[in-house]
Design a binder for this molecule. Sequence first.
Ligand code: KIV
Length: 259
Amino acid sequence: MQKAKIKKILKRKNKLPIVCLTAYTTNVAKIADKYCDIILVGDSLGMVLYGMKTTRSVKIDTMILHAKAVKEVVKSSLVVFDMPYKTYTNKFIAYKNAKMVIKLTKCDAIKLEGGSNIAKTVNYLVKKGIPVLGHVGLLPQTSNNFKVKGKSITERKRILNDSIAISNSGAFAIIIECVVERLAREITKSIPIPTIGIGASRYCDGQILVTEDLVGLSNFSPKFVKRYENLNKSIEKSIKNYTKDVKMKRFPFIKNVYK
Ligand code: KIV
């Protein structure tokens, strides 16, 4: 099942774009599963759900709770577990943790941030039977600022080499975060596995966004996010109206009362 899903994703290179979103909860996962090829239980949940400043504070146990809940309700999408900061510092630690999270959550694959520096780890995990989704470009776990990558020739070369290293290591796809368009295009042309962009242009083989950003539930709106809704506003409106109703004794209404 998991192998068939990954095979399907691989076949989408240069074809119909791969649709991906994050989900941390069952409510969002159930909806995303109707439309997405890949659902990522991202460590961005640290900021989006828990108000943390960076993803570096996210613990593996928190990720496991959310991933378990998501995986239980997802029927068709490939579910990817985002390995948190410092849980893959070498290939043996990475394997021990990845094996544990796959066993506990039943997720289909894991995601690791990094390039040539983690290539051996990726290769080790893949050889041990754990499918890996790569992540290059802006790396939230180790980057201190939110800045577009690949503006200089040196940086472009480094990120391209990182992508090639991850692809050669056996990853089934790679996320490219926040890079200039020409670099995303060059990476996509240079590697045989699908590229999934977040702030990395239409030249990628697929796209991913944080769901809470696209529905306007987070307060994060960089240029690369398209906001389809403003849930913050809708929730505030509902809470304001509820408050008025309670205070004016309009709620509960007759139909909300048990007789
Ligand atoms: O944690 C996350 O949600 C991610 C996406 C932004 C790709 O890594």
